[in-house]
Design a protein around this ligand. Structure first.
Ligand SMILES: O=C([O-])CC(=O)C(=O)O
Length: 205
């Protein structure tokens, strides 16, 4: 039996979002640096003051392999939380990906790492290392409250957070939604009469 994180890894974020009634999606401005990125893991949280990435470095040194760093940088788009050097260290230590309510720099180098980073874009300015911030605490990232250990799933459509206390219920709901979506897909490629019947059944409710 696969562990629950691996099961979520195979479900599109759209189905997980539907299972959560659309309540736990991060700001849609937080996007993958490459369309093909798809990642699921437990959140290792970072709350950093704008322009001070000391807490990001602390998180990289303390996170477990397969965690995802989830960084609340207050949506700042001027100072990068990390560049290709910092992201490369995290990758080599086995951290599974970055989700950032903020920006990175060295975007070309980070894309070459083939490593899932979800963020609001790129900038030229680095952060300083002043010593502030907190790690492994509840945060708000992209408009969603996140607890350390919540399941994070990201793909081309965005990032969704599954609170750890309801993860099994949400897994089952998301799998049901995936099945329904697959059945609908068959309908779309079927005949016109079947589509008309389906539309009538929705519109007559
Ligand atoms: O050192 C930093 O904070 C940002 C940077 O340029 C890198 O990680 O390559």
């Amino acid at each position: 039996m696969k562990d629950i994180v691996s099961l979520f890894q195979e479900i599109p974020t759209t189905c997980i979002s539907d299972a959560l009634q659309g309540m736990n999606n991060l700001d849609p401005g937080i996007k993958p640096l490459k369309e093909q990125y798809r990642v699921a893991g437990r959140a290792f949280t970072v709350k950093m003051p704008v322009g001070d990435n000391h807490a990001v470095l602390r998180a990289i040194s303390e996170a477990k392999p397969d965690d995802i760093l989830v960084i609340d940088a207050k949506g700042d788009t001027y100072r990068a939380v990390a560049g290709d050097f910092v992201v490369g260290m995290a990758q080599t230590l086995g951290i599974k990906g970055f989700v950032v309510d903020g920006v990175i720099r060295d975007i070309h180098g980070i894309r070459e790492l083939n490593y899932p980073v979800f963020c609001k874009g790129t900038t030229v300015a680095a952060s300083g290392i002043a010593g502030g911030g907190e790690i492994n605490v509840p945060i708000s990232c992209g408009g969603v409250s996140i607890q350390p250990g919540d399941i994070i799933v990201g793909d081309v459509d965005g990032v969704v957070v599954v609170p750890k206390d309801i993860e099994t219920t949400i897994l089952h709901k998301a799998l049901d939604k995936l099945k329904m979506d697959q059945e609908r897909e068959e309908l779309v490629s079927g005949d016109q009469e079947a589509i008309r019947k389906h539309l009538d059944s929705i519109l007559s409710k």
